[in-house]
Design a protein around this ligand. Structure first.
Ligand code: THU
Length: 129
Protein backbone atom coordinates (compact mmCIF):
# COMPACT_ATOMS: atom_id res chain seq x y z
CA UNK A 1 0.00 0.00 0.00
CA UNK A 2 1.31 3.47 -0.96
CA UNK A 3 4.68 2.02 -1.99
CA UNK A 4 5.53 1.36 1.64
CA UNK A 5 7.59 -1.74 2.37
CA UNK A 6 5.41 -3.00 5.20
CA UNK A 7 7.29 -6.27 5.55
CA UNK A 8 10.54 -4.37 6.12
CA UNK A 9 8.82 -2.09 8.65
CA UNK A 10 7.38 -5.08 10.51
CA UNK A 11 10.82 -6.73 10.56
CA UNK A 12 12.33 -3.58 12.05
CA UNK A 13 9.64 -3.63 14.76
CA UNK A 14 10.40 -7.25 15.65
CA UNK A 15 14.12 -6.42 15.77
CA UNK A 16 13.44 -3.44 18.04
CA UNK A 17 11.49 -5.69 20.41
CA UNK A 18 14.74 -7.58 21.04
CA UNK A 19 15.94 -4.49 22.93
CA UNK A 20 12.85 -4.33 25.15
CA UNK A 21 13.21 -4.24 28.92
CA UNK A 22 10.09 -6.08 30.04
CA UNK A 23 10.89 -8.13 33.15
CA UNK A 24 7.40 -7.59 34.62
CA UNK A 25 4.95 -8.26 31.81
CA UNK A 26 7.24 -10.48 29.77
CA UNK A 27 5.79 -8.84 26.65
CA UNK A 28 8.57 -7.52 24.47
CA UNK A 29 7.20 -4.81 22.22
CA UNK A 30 8.87 -3.17 19.25
CA UNK A 31 7.61 -0.47 16.95
CA UNK A 32 8.94 0.97 13.73
CA UNK A 33 7.90 4.19 12.08
CA UNK A 34 8.58 5.43 8.58
CA UNK A 35 9.38 9.14 8.55
CA UNK A 36 8.45 11.50 5.71
CA UNK A 37 12.13 11.87 4.75
CA UNK A 38 12.54 8.10 4.36
CA UNK A 39 14.17 7.38 7.73
CA UNK A 40 12.92 4.54 9.87
CA UNK A 41 12.79 5.14 13.63
CA UNK A 42 12.18 2.43 16.18
CA UNK A 43 11.28 2.00 19.81
CA UNK A 44 10.91 -0.68 22.46
CA UNK A 45 9.06 -0.83 25.76
CA UNK A 46 11.01 -0.05 28.91
CA UNK A 47 9.27 -1.23 32.08
CA UNK A 48 9.82 -0.16 35.67
CA UNK A 49 9.48 -1.69 39.14
CA UNK A 50 6.99 1.13 39.69
CA UNK A 51 4.73 -0.46 37.09
CA UNK A 52 2.76 2.61 36.12
CA UNK A 53 5.76 4.57 34.96
CA UNK A 54 6.89 2.03 32.39
CA UNK A 55 7.34 3.33 28.86
CA UNK A 56 5.55 1.90 25.86
CA UNK A 57 7.55 1.22 22.71
CA UNK A 58 5.81 4.09 20.95
CA UNK A 59 7.05 6.50 23.62
CA UNK A 60 10.67 5.59 23.11
CA UNK A 61 10.14 5.76 19.33
CA UNK A 62 8.80 9.28 19.76
CA UNK A 63 12.08 10.19 21.45
CA UNK A 64 14.07 8.55 18.69
CA UNK A 65 12.10 10.49 16.08
CA UNK A 66 12.97 13.79 17.69
CA UNK A 67 16.57 12.86 18.53
CA UNK A 68 17.33 11.69 15.00
CA UNK A 69 16.07 14.74 13.15
CA UNK A 70 12.33 15.09 13.65
CA UNK A 71 9.86 14.92 10.80
CA UNK A 72 6.44 13.37 10.46
CA UNK A 73 5.53 9.72 10.85
CA UNK A 74 3.88 8.32 7.72
CA UNK A 75 3.55 4.62 8.60
CA UNK A 76 3.82 2.61 11.81
CA UNK A 77 4.06 -1.09 12.59
CA UNK A 78 4.00 -2.52 16.12
CA UNK A 79 5.02 -6.11 16.85
CA UNK A 80 5.91 -8.38 19.72
CA UNK A 81 9.30 -10.01 19.85
CA UNK A 82 7.57 -13.18 18.66
CA UNK A 83 6.36 -11.34 15.58
CA UNK A 84 2.72 -10.96 16.56
CA UNK A 85 0.93 -7.81 15.47
CA UNK A 86 0.13 -5.52 18.39
CA UNK A 87 -2.06 -2.45 18.33
CA UNK A 88 -0.81 0.74 19.97
CA UNK A 89 -2.61 1.37 23.26
CA UNK A 90 -4.93 4.35 23.58
CA UNK A 91 -2.31 6.68 24.99
CA UNK A 92 0.12 5.72 22.26
CA UNK A 93 -2.48 6.34 19.56
CA UNK A 94 -2.61 9.91 20.82
CA UNK A 95 1.19 10.13 20.68
CA UNK A 96 1.22 8.77 17.13
CA UNK A 97 -1.51 11.21 16.12
CA UNK A 98 0.56 14.12 17.38
CA UNK A 99 3.62 13.05 15.39
CA UNK A 100 1.96 11.70 12.24
CA UNK A 101 -1.50 13.23 12.06
CA UNK A 102 -4.62 11.66 10.65
CA UNK A 103 -3.01 10.37 7.47
CA UNK A 104 -0.32 8.31 9.19
CA UNK A 105 -0.91 4.66 8.28
CA UNK A 106 -1.01 1.93 10.90
CA UNK A 107 -0.63 -1.83 10.52
CA UNK A 108 -3.78 -3.27 12.16
CA UNK A 109 -5.54 -6.63 12.33
CA UNK A 110 -8.08 -5.11 9.93
CA UNK A 111 -5.41 -4.10 7.42
CA UNK A 112 -3.50 -0.89 6.82
CA UNK A 113 -5.59 1.95 8.26
CA UNK A 114 -5.06 5.69 8.67
CA UNK A 115 -4.90 7.22 12.13
CA UNK A 116 -8.30 8.78 11.44
CA UNK A 117 -9.70 5.24 11.71
CA UNK A 118 -7.43 4.11 14.53
CA UNK A 119 -8.22 7.18 16.64
CA UNK A 120 -11.49 8.62 15.29
CA UNK A 121 -12.45 12.20 16.07
CA UNK A 122 -9.09 12.67 17.74
CA UNK A 123 -8.30 15.59 19.96
CA UNK A 124 -5.24 17.27 18.53
CA UNK A 125 -3.28 20.43 17.91
CA UNK A 126 -6.17 21.92 15.90
CA UNK A 127 -8.34 21.92 19.02
CA UNK A 128 -6.08 24.25 20.93
CA UNK A 129 -6.74 27.98 20.88
N1 THU B 1 3.02 -1.77 25.45
C1 THU B 1 3.67 -1.05 24.48
O1 THU B 1 4.90 -0.98 24.47
N2 THU B 1 2.93 -0.42 23.55
C2 THU B 1 1.57 -0.47 23.49
O2 THU B 1 0.97 0.24 22.68
C3 THU B 1 0.83 -1.37 24.36
C4 THU B 1 1.59 -1.89 25.52
C5 THU B 1 3.82 -2.41 26.49
C6 THU B 1 3.69 -1.74 27.81
C7 THU B 1 4.11 -2.87 28.75
O3 THU B 1 5.52 -2.83 28.89
C8 THU B 1 3.72 -4.12 28.01
O4 THU B 1 3.41 -3.73 26.69
C9 THU B 1 2.52 -4.83 28.62
O5 THU B 1 1.46 -3.98 28.74
Amino acid sequence: MSGIDWEALRARAVLAAKSAYAPYSGLHVGVAGLVDDGRVVTGCNVENASYGVGLCAECTMAGQLRLSGGGRLTAVACRSGAGDLLMPCGRCRQILFELGGGSCLVDTPSGILPMTSVLPDAFGPADLP
